[in-house]
Write a protein that binds this ligand. Structure first.
Ligand code: PMP
Length: 436
């Protein structure tokens, strides 16, 4: 596959844009380097690059594009918003409508606030939790990504209940000392951390279904215990549902059928983003009334935004949710994901390639290993070189995946059974080449 123009654009980009990309996850560094593909157009389940190559897209822009690209209902809503002016700096009725839709779908949120990204949403939930509890520290889980604000860019210390170390230059050790990172799906490690630091923990923050080291579900009873222990310690529970909300059904992971005991796993605060913007920039956070009332102008915790709740993003979000609410949406995603993962599994057996597939609804991850993936360490301990080969061969077959072994594949409403069969063929060719 010729990608000469992408290569030229990349050389130019390297001169003007740091690293040639506007988000490091777009770089091909983790898959052997080289030019990322420069896209010209996207429609439905497909990308067309600047060299005229067509790809089936499983990146879905890292999650938001659940309806497929340029869905007519969303496009119409954005066009209407553009014609009416995209930014007012005043309230609109659209924001009322959208907040009611979100609250109805995610009943743990009595009140919401719109922001512009998942990063902002998460960052603010931490501030609000600290304002409400008067405490300083937070507990997070290794491998869960919560955006790029200072506090959540802190890695695990050397033991399960040691304080964190900065994960990025520019983050002070003071900030890192406010974060404790424990392994996911290890309730004893959390208990230990709460026993040691509990008096000063404002919040325990988790992706209730993980999307950032593959798709990983919590073990049965884990979230119940997490909520119980956090509350016994006087800490709030924050769910980062930036990936998981509206991913598996019409609602957040906290409302999903995987968790029969809804009340026992209900968070105090929830952070949202991605899908709820229908492809435009958005974030939102919400939670219990008495906690949300800490936020300005009602309370002492400050948070604001020039672009927050802008009519374009809100209109796209409403339109996206309207489509998702229709019958048949999620079953379509599930059925195609079932067919695709079965095909991949069969091909792996045929070509004798060891892999583990984690699938939840219409999203899944493929790990080159022979063990289960239940935490970050399991996901790290997989064959990166094999993934690189897989990624690059698949790209040349016209299948665009995320360039990282930790990212999920997302099926969209626009994928067809034919796309899935074409992808299975690509996987068969790829495994055949990988074996040579
Ligand atoms: N939380 C989670 C779970 C995410 O996956 C991401 C982004 N991948 C974020 C927060 C940050 O969102 P954004 O990139 O919109 O700032």
């Amino acid at each position: 596959m010729n990608r000469e123009r992408s290569e030229q654009h990349y050389i130019e980009a390297l001169e003007h844009i740091v690293g040639g990309v506007n988000s490091p996850s777009r770089s091909f560094k983790a898959v052997g380097g080289g030019a990322p593909v420069f896209m010209e157009k996207a429609e439905g389940a497909y990308f067309w690059d600047v060299d005229g190559n067509k790809y089936i897209d499983y990146l879905a822009a890292y999650g938001p594009i659940i309806l497929g690209h340029a869905h007519p209902h969303v496009t119409k809503a954005i066009t209407k918003a553009a014609q009416n002016g995209t930014l007012y700096g005043t309230p609109t009725q659209l924001e009322n409508k959208f907040s009611k839709m979100l609250k109805q779908a995610i009943p743990s949120m009595d009140k919401v606030r719109f922001v512009n990204s998942g990063t902002e949403a998460v960052m603010t939930t931490i501030r609000v939790a600290r304002a409400f509890t008067g405490r300083r520290k937070m507990i997070k889980f290794a491998g869960c990504y919560h955006g790029h604000s200072d506090l959540v860019l802190v890695a695990a210390g050397s033991g399960p209940s040691t304080l964190g170390i900065p994960d990025s230059a520019g983050i002070t050790t003071n900030i890192a000392s406010e974060v404790i990172t424990v392994p996911f799906n290890d309730i004893e490690a959390l208990k230990q951390a709460l026993d040691q630091w509990g008096d000063d923990v404002a919040a325990v923050m988790i992706e209730p279904i993980v999307g950032n080291f593959g798709m990983v579900e919590p073990e049965s009873g884990y979230l119940e215990k997490l909520c119980l222990y956090a509350r016994q310690a006087g800490a709030l529970v924050i769910y980062d549902e930036v990936i998981s909300a509206f991913r598996f059904h019409y609602g957040a992971a906290q409302n999903y059928h995987l968790f029969p005991n809804k009340k026992a796993i209900e968070p105090d605060l929830t952070a949202l983003g991605k899908i709820i913007g229908g492809g435009l920039p958005i974030g939102a956070y919400g939670g219990k009334k008495e906690i949300m009332d800490q936020v300005a102008p009602l309370g002492p915790a400050y948070q604001a935004g020039t672009m927050a709740g802008n009519p374009a993003s809100i209109s796209a979000g409403i339109a996206c949710l309207e489509v998702l609410a229709q019958q048949g949406t999620y079953p379509h995603l599930y059925d195609l994901a079932d067919t695709l993962t079965s095909g991949v599994q069969e091909a792996a057996e045929h070509y004798n390639i060891e892999l583990t597939i984690n699938k939840i609804g219409g999203a899944f991850s493929i790990h080159f290993c022979n063990h289960k993936i239940k935490n970050y360490e399991d996901a790290q301990n997989t064959d990166s070189e094999l993934f690189s080969k897989f990624f690059n061969f698949m790209l040349n077959e016209g299948i665009h995946l995320a360039p990282s072994k930790y990212e999920a594949w997302f099926i969209t409403m626009a994928h067809t059974l034919e796309d899935i069969h074409q992808t299975i063929h690509a996987v068969q060719h790829t495994f055949n080449k990988m074996k040579r």
